[in-house]
Design a protein. Structure first.
Length: 497
């Protein structure tokens, strides 16, 4: 299996090289040349497989220059009870007759990113061994809150790898920030950027295309890679949990073999929902993808109009991980949905760069609308949904998951589509304690309480255990205090190295 560029501007590479490079050095993202397909029989038989067996199967389909032994070793080290608090790695919570919440936050940092970032360090280390380079890897990460900590935790103390995480200083929750700045490891750095997530992500992407700067880095003994979902190595492990969820629905007799499901994903960077789309292209029976946004509803507008327009105010919301106006992985989706039309993709992304917007043609729009719908939840709706789910089900969800549930409810009310639906729970509610507790019972919050007092109070109020990765955060030593302006990112990289 070879990997090609969404912009047709780079030679084909093996999976390990795509993972090592992170993104296409000349612009664009790596995608598999062909999407492998699984028979219905294989998919249905996954109900008898463990999560780890499903991982091996899917990785093996995509990462064909890795040996079976390498993949087995990576899977065994990543997906085990030391790293995940439930044996089945992910779990399903039945919300009502038609919908099931897919809990993706049982990993060490309490967000879905762990499902990829626990295994990716092994895949990257193996990729470096295959290349036989004398250069270490420098991973640059842009985060709106969740990816940063998951990447730090995955890559800390990994030989031959340095990692620098950039987060928007005012754009993550207190818990997310504390998780990142208390990270140990002698190869980690965390930098608060005076800007928003898009500023961080765009700067990092520019650096990947900056030959001069890459030479500066090379002189210091490093080559660049990424732990964001622009890296194929981040995306492929996310395909797996959609097969695992389908297998579990079969096990629980919620669906029959071959029955289609809907998938609802709260998303900002479009990576998680794209992973589900790849699962579908591999053969997973899916009826509709429901793309859920917050007030930064650039994707909702795109699915409704065919126009992607980032020229709008960037809003800070209670679901900060989705505060994104440039959804990186939409590029891969457009490449797939146009049947690999690199010219169209190149033109659209050139327009996005020059004018901040582009419009897809009618044919592409029709293809997208056959299977995707987009909707958004306002701030009030998000909080009301947290409250309603708690009151009706005694179940606590985080604001991002609430965006998903709210958007799914709107979809259901509009279309009365009774297809069994999986709604991604992308983060544990304790990552966003203040928003969650104020939605559930505002009256117990006092002015004196810190974010960390609020976690205790949320635990008192609901009886739900605090995620083990978030316990004791308030007392951990702060290890990272670097700050920079958006135009200071290159300087700070050199300073760290
Ligand atoms: N929501 C993300 C933003 C980065 O997205 P990714 O898809 O590249 O991981 C975060 O929490 O950091």
């Amino acid at each position: 299996m070879k990997y090609i560029s969404t912009r047709g501007n780079y030679d084909k590479v093996d999976a390990s090289e795509a993972i090592r490079l992170g993104m296409v050095p000349t612009g664009g993202l790596f995608v598999p040349e062909e999407i492998p397909t699984l028979s219905r029989e294989t998919i249905n038989s996954m109900q008898n497989s463990s999560y780890q067996e499903i991982v091996e199967k899917i990785l093996d389909e995509f990462l064909t220059d890795y040996t079976e032994q390498e993949l087995q070793e990576a899977v065994a080290k990543a997906y085990n009870c030391d790293n995940f608090s439930v044996e089945e790695i992910t779990s399903l919570y039945k919300l009502d007759d038609n919908s099931h919440v897919l809990e993706l936050w049982h990993g060490p940092t309490a967000a879905f990113k762990d499902l990829a970032l626990q295994v990716m360090p092994y895949l990257l280390s193996q990729a470096i061994e295959k290349e036989e380079t004398d250069k270490d890897i420098l991973i640059l990460v842009a985060t709106s809150g969740d990816t940063g900590k998951a990447a730090l935790e995955g890559f800390k103390n990994v030989d031959g790898i340095e990692i620098i995480v950039f987060y928007p200083e005012e754009g993550v929750s207190q818990v997310q920030k504390r998780q990142m700045v208390t990270t140990t490891g002698d190869n980690t750095a965390v930098v608060a950027v005076a800007g928003n997530f898009d500023d961080c992500q765009s700067s990092v992407k520019e650096i990947f295309g900056d030959q001069n700067f890459k030479e500066v880095i090379a002189d210091k003994g490093y080559q660049l890679s990424s732990a964001n979902s622009i890296n194929w190595g981040r995306l492929v492990p996310q395909i797996i949990y959609y097969f695992a969820a389908y297998a579990e629905l079969l096990n629980q007799k919620e669906i029959k073999p071959g029955e289609e499901i809907n998938i609802t994903v709260p998303t900002g960077n479009f990576g998680n929902i794209l992973a589900s789309y790849y699962a579908y292209r591999m053969g997973l029976p899916v009826n509709k993808f429901i793309c859920a946004s917050n007030d930064n509803k650039v994707l909702t507008d795109f699915f409704k109009t065919g126009v992607y327009d980032k020229n709008r105010d960037f809003k800070k919301t209670v679901s900060p991980s989705m505060d994104i106006l440039i959804s990186s992985n939409l590029e891969r989706f457009l490449f797939e949905v146009t049947g690999h039309d690199a010219q169209k993709v190149t033109n659209w992304y050139q327009q996005l760069k020059e004018e901040g917007k582009f419009e897809v043609d009618e044919e592409t729009k029709d293809r997208i609308n056959e299977i995707f719908v987009g909707e958004y939840a306002t701030e009030d709706e998000t909080k009301e949904t947290i409250q309603a789910v708690y009151q009706e089900h005694n179940y606590v969800i985080d604001p991002h998951t609430a965006v998903g549930v709210n958007v799914y409810n709107k979809y259901f009310n509009n279309y009365n589509d009774k297809t069994t639906t999986v709604i991604d729970a992308t983060a544990n509610p304790y990552k966003f304690g203040t928003t969650v507790l104020s939605a559930i019972n505002d009256s117990v919050i006092t002015d004196e309480m810190t974010e960390f007092d609020i976690l205790e109070e949320l635990n008192e109020e609901t009886g739900v255990e605090i995620h083990s990765g978030l316990e004791g955060l308030a007392n951990q030593e702060i290890k990272h205090e670097l700050k920079c302006k958006v135009d200071g990112i290159r300087d700070i990289i050199q300073q760290v190295l």
